[in-house]
Design a protein around this ligand. Structure first.
Ligand SMILES: C[S@@+](CC[C@H](N)C(=O)[O-])C[C@H]1O[C@@H](n2cnc3c(N)ncnc32)[C@H](O)[C@@H]1O
Length: 197
């Protein structure tokens, strides 16, 4: 895509995110639970119902998945969850300055299996820097995938990152996601923020 067109798309997406944030952010507490790539919202809707004291925000870049997610929360009368259309990096970078991420779920992120596409994977050191900057001092990142190579790469990226420590804890809440239901097996790890960047 030519640079001017890419910039125009980016600023349209940012304007859309800012409109969505403006409509809801005043109802959020300062610390939130974020699911990145929430898809149809199965996990987050169930998680929010089971954790009424947490405010949960799900983001995805596919609009119709989010519309289905929002319908689930309305049907279940959930008041502690919002779903927003946004790229992960854009959302975290444009959260209001006082807001912090306390729990971050990344469940079955796109694995970009071809070697030349690995650079598109979400879990990269610079994205972990951005997350750490917006994390509470006790923040936890939960990662799950069915893709062996992505698991190893993400584990090692977290392990070697100065702001995050792999933490052997129990998975906090089991609820099958759409991609989990299709996967023959999966692997998970949990990381705690270690030093705010
Ligand atoms: C493989 S699906 C998994 C969906 C869901 N977590 C599940 O386990 O069923 C990955 C999801 O991440 C979303 N996604 C990909 N890149 C993203 C990004 N940069 N920011 C937010 N969501 C993203 C995709 O649109 C897709 O819905």
């Amino acid at each position: 895509m030519p640079i001017e067109k890419a910039q125009a798309v980016e600023s349209t997406r940012l304007a859309e995110l800012q409109t969505q944030l403006k409509a809801v952010v005043h109802t959020w507490p300062q610390d939130i639970t974020l699911e990145i790539g929430c898809g149809h919202g199965h996990f987050l809707a169930a998680y929010a119902a089971a954790h009424p004291n947490e405010y949960c925000v799900g983001i995805d870049i596919i609009r119709d998945r989010l519309e289905r997610a929002a319908r689930k929360t309305t049907r279940a009368n959930l008041t502690n969850v919002s779903f927003l259309l946004s790229d992960a990096r854009m959302m975290v970078e444009h959260l209001p300055a006082n807001m912090r991420l306390n729990r971050i779920f990344v469940l079955f992120p796109d694995p970009w299996p071809k070697r030349r596409h690995h650079k598109n994977r979400l879990i990269k050191p610079d994205f972990l820097d951005i997350l750490a900057k917006r994390a509470t001092p006790d923040a936890t990142l939960y990662f799950r995938t069915d893709h062996e190579h992505y698991f190893e790469e993400a584990y090692s990226t977290l392990h070697n990152h100065p702001c995050w420590n792999i933490n052997e804890r129990e998975w906090p809440f089991e609820y099958e996601t759409v991609f989990q239901s299709r996967a023959p097996a999966h692997q998970s790890f949990i990381a705690k923020v270690h030093k705010l960047a």
